[in-house]
Ligand binder design. Structure first.
Ligand code: DAH
Length: 347
């Protein structure tokens, strides 16, 4: 009997490594360890053995059973691994894709200049401890106008030609200033954040006007913040972006959500101040609107204007990118022309 047992074990040992798939393995396992398997068949013969023999046979049979089970587990794992490896070999990822694409006569992708400038701005603000927030493109009247101290009859609503939805309640945001309101809903002062994004206006298009363009809104609320802080901050910011000292000028500007409000112009870097189509021949470009946050805006946002104050600004990203990369017509930015975009590849 013991000899038979060893023979079965031998047969098992020489067969287990040859099993090549999980269904075959199930069959193999049943042949040896199943109810009607070879091991059980031998066990059936134990009846005829003496007590002594039963003992030694039983012990060895148990050992064999354990060894077979372990061998089956091990081989099953290998089969699964082999299957995975085979699959991987078939779907091998070719990371030399840039060359392949070139072979196919296609261009490798790069970041659009607007994306590059926006990311750079975000990095500058992050390094100054600002949070980056987002706001919806489709906005309601409250967040785009009313909460910004622009009530329904206010002439400022007509200053920005708005794309309204049919319900007359929703619109494509005309500026990123909605992010000020969204930010105040989330945050308790003191805080400072910026929010970049697309804005939309029903504009007549020319070299410096597009119906969809990009702004970056900023808001800083704290204690005892004053206009000189704001000016210093904005000038530092522009120098940081252009990587050199940059001439700015401040004009009074009217925006209902700030008081006082300003427009900050910076020297036109395209023509060096001589005058060109981008700066409308004046040598300066309108860089951003800014001012001290209006008390109505703060209190509407749940912030006590007697305790807190701060400044806000809205920066035009397209114009910044134009200055940065010497682009003389804003329409190029949205042209989808690959020959144009190609020039600004980051690699
Ligand atoms: N939202 C204004 C616009 O699109 C820009 C602006 C002006 C934003 C003054 C501000 C600000 O935050 O304080 O024309």
């Amino acid at each position: 009997m013991l000899q038979k047992l060893e023979e079965v074990k031998k047969e098992f040992d020489s067969g287990v490594g040859l099993v090549g798939s999980m269904p075959d393995m199930a069959q193999f396992k049943a042949d040896f360890l199943g109810k009607k398997g070879k091991l059980n068949a031998l066990m059936g013969g134990m009846r005829d053995l003496s007590v002594e023999e039963k003992k030694s046979f039983g012990a060895r049979a148990n050992e064999v059973k354990q060894e077979m089970t372990d061998a089956i587990d091990k081989r099953s794992q290998d089969i699964e691994l082999e299957a995975i490896n085979a699959k991987l070999a078939k779907n091998k990822l070719d990371i030399s894709w840039t060359d392949k694409i070139k072979d196919l006569g296609q261009q490798a992708a790069g970041l659009h200049p607007l994306t590059q400038v926006t990311r750079e701005l975000e990095d500058i603000f992050l390094s100054m401890g600002f949070d980056i927030l987002d706001g919806p493109h489709i906005e309601d009247e409250y967040h785009n106008f009313e909460a910004l101290n622009i009530p329904e009859s206010h002439p400022a609503r007509d200053m920005q030609d708005t794309f309204w939805f049919k319900d007359k309640k929703h619109l494509l945001r005309t500026h990123t200033s909605n992010i000020q309101i969204r930010g105040m809903e989330q945050k308790k002062p003191p805080f400072k954040f910026v929010g970049p994004g697309k804005v939309f206006r029903c504009e007549t298009l020319d070299a410096s006007h597009e119906a969809a363009f990009h702004q970056l809104e900023g808001m800083m609320v704290g204690k005892d913040i004053a206009v000189p802080h704001m000016i210093h901050f904005l000038r530092t910011l522009l120098s940081e972006i252009f990587k050199r000292e940059i001439k700015v000028r401040l004009r009074p500007g009217f925006f209902p959500f700030v008081e006082p409000g300003f427009e900050l112009d910076y020297e036109c870097l395209l023509c060096g101040g001589k005058g060109c189509s981008v700066c409308k021949q004046v040598g300066w470009v309108e860089g951003l609107g800014c001012g001290m946050v209006h008390p109505n805006v703060l209190s509407g946002g749940g912030i006590d204007p007697n305790k807190w104050n701060g400044f806000a600004f809205g920066l035009g990203i397209d114009r910044l990118a134009m200055m940065r990369y010497h682009i003389d017509d804003v329409r190029h930015l949205h042209s989808g022309n690959l020959q144009f975009s190609e020039q600004f590849k980051t690699y």
